[in-house]
Design a binder for this molecule. Structure first.
Ligand SMILES: NC(=O)c1ccc[n+]([C@@H]2O[C@H](COP(=O)([O-])OP(=O)(O)OC[C@H]3O[C@@H](n4cnc5c(N)ncnc54)[C@H](OP(=O)(O)O)[C@@H]3O)[C@@H](O)[C@H]2O)c1
Length: 246
């Protein structure tokens, strides 16, 4: 377990099923974790979920700070960015754990509005988070940015093609960001999680060896601290608990 007491982290998608576990893990390990949220009920659910591990940073405890923001909207995220700077002065760790699943049509007859929705949720949100968070890291030439991705980026299945296409583009986004960060101390990682994640919402058909959302968060803490293997690699692939990179 890493101690992250000096870390100011932002988890975009922290109200989601993987994101909430990442938030809990980072708060438990002492980080200040800022989550932009758009849904008040989900904010409250997240706050309740981390309550037992949060505390006063003066006592070395982690804290959760939720700020209203619409991740798909650059104007809203510019306001978020300024508030983040006013309150904390920087972001050390950015995590983008975003997206929506889609199952429906083959590409040749997929309604355009479905396509627009998938691209908006799974790609445009990432671009806006890059504009919001990676730009702040470039101002200080330092920071760690982690984009959570799934096996869909490299596996093809019919009727979910738009998810695979946006996930592959998300993977390329991380590789582009890495090139654009050359000459700085900014590290960019794409964390590819291949199996389903054990989340609070997943009630059935759970395989014990799958990673939990908190374990994904623990790995991100290790990426931030530089304590996981192959730290200079952009792409980190995670499969099961028993096959975690050693
Ligand atoms: N779940 C798994 O088993 C699993 C396995 C491997 C990899 N992954 C990867 O983990 C990542 C997150 O997946 P998840 O299962 O946690 O998804 P999720 O539960 O649906 O959460 C997605 C998050 O993204 C946010 N979001 C989506 N579209 C948005 C938009 N247009 N504007 C603002 N916020 C938006 C959601 O906000 P709201 O909370 O406001 O809706 C939510 O916080 C994905 O990259 C996925 O590929 C998941």
């Amino acid at each position: 377990m890493e101690r992250l007491n000096d870390c100011v982290a932002v988890v975009a998608g922290g109200t989601g099923s993987v994101g909430e576990g990442v938030v809990r893990s980072l708060v438990r390990d002492g980080a200040t974790v800022v989550v932009p949220y758009r849904n008040d009920a989900k904010r409250q659910r997240l706050e309740e979920y981390v309550q037992d591990v949060a505390g006063d940073p003066a006592d070395g405890k982690g804290q959760l700070v939720c700020m209203p923001a619409e991740i798909g909207n650059i104007d809203s995220m510019n306001v978020f960015r300024q508030e983040l700077l006013d309150r904390f002065g920087r972001v050390d760790l950015g995590v983008a754990c975003l997206g929506s699943w889609y199952y429906g049509y083959s590409l040749h007859n997929m309604p355009v509005e479905h396509w627009d929705q998938v691209i908006n949720d799974n790609l445009k949100t990432h671009f806006i988070c890059v504009r919001t968070l990676v730009s702040l890291m470039h101002e200080r030439h330092t920071g760690v940015y982690v984009m959570i991705n799934g096996g869909a980026a490299e596996l093809i299945a019919p009727e979910i093609g738009a998810v695979s296409i946006s996930a592959a583009a998300q993977l390329m986004t991380a590789r582009v960001l890495k090139q654009e960060a050359r000459g700085t101390d900014i590290r960019i990682h794409s964390l590819m999680v291949y199996n389903p994640v054990k989340t609070r919402d997943r009630k059935t058909e759970i395989v014990d060896d799958w990673l939990s959302a908190e374990e994904v968060g623990g790995y991100i803490g290790g990426l931030y601290a530089g304590s996981v293997p192959r730290i200079n690699k952009t792409i980190h692939r995670l499969y099961t608990r028993s096959s975690l990179p050693q």
